[in-house]
Design a protein around this ligand. Structure first.
Ligand code: MN
Length: 212
């Protein structure tokens, strides 16, 4: 095990997970250049920074570092750990061009129909939520295991409005880096394109972990 993956003081480090397709796998909907920068610079950056902050936390735990802003360190750690987890979900929540899009099936389809009336109504509302999310953030479909609701939510930045214990079923990145090179300020066009990439099998699998 490399030093980077070592466990220090019980704190595990993070690893950049592999992309489930090639960098050009999402074309033409999301360009190779976007995926390359998004994965190899942004996502990798969150993983590397999270690991540096874990080292920092270790030195704080061991009282090697006496002067620190714990709130600031934890806030940054939260941003970067969530950055890793959100992006891992985002990548796996899409599939190669030609294999994604369309409509979900199985229990997820039944639950969407029951709660939203139809898939088309759900898609329109999720799109509206994504397009109305200010600034940087994410549109997410969460499953609330407490009452069985599939809740459309928007996460601001990497963590604000993010509710614990509500697993993510469907997720789209709305940071400018996710679309700007290709779509400029036309975020709605990116959202429209993204629908063609959704991996509903992954969404169902994510949900299935929480269904009896
Ligand atoms: Mn991103």
């Amino acid at each position: 095990m490399s030093e980077e993956n070592s466990i220090v003081n019980g704190l595990h480090k993070y690893e950049l997970p592999p992309l489930p397709y090639k960098v050009d796998g999402l074309e033409p909907f999301i360009s190779k250049d976007i995926v390359d920068i998004h994965y190899n610079a942004h996502h990798k950056g969150y993983v590397n920074t999270a690991n540096k902050l874990i080292d920092r936390m270790n030195s704080i735990i061991k009282e090697e570092e006496k002067s620190y802003d714990l709130h600031g360190v934890i806030r940054s750690l939260t941003f970067n750990i969530n950055g890793d987890k959100l992006h891992t979900m985002y990548w796996n929540n899409m599939t190669e061009q030609g294999k994604g899009g369309g409509k979900p099936g199985g229990k997820l389809a039944d639950m969407i129909d029951r709660q939203y009336g139809s898939f088309d109504r759900f898609k329109a509302l999720f799109t509206e939520a994504a397009n109305s999310n200010p600034g940087t953030g994410w549109a997410v479909l969460n499953y609330d295991a407490e009452n069985g609701n599939l809740q459309i939510m928007t996460v601001e930045n990497h963590f604000m409005n993010h509710l614990a214990e509500m697993p993510v079923v469907l997720i789209v990145d709305e940071f400018e880096h996710a679309y700007y090179l290709q779509y400029k300020n036309k975020r709605p066009d990116y959202i429209t394109a993204w629908w063609n990439l959704v991996n509903w099998d992954d969404a169902e699998k994510r949900l299935g972990k929480y269904l009896e």
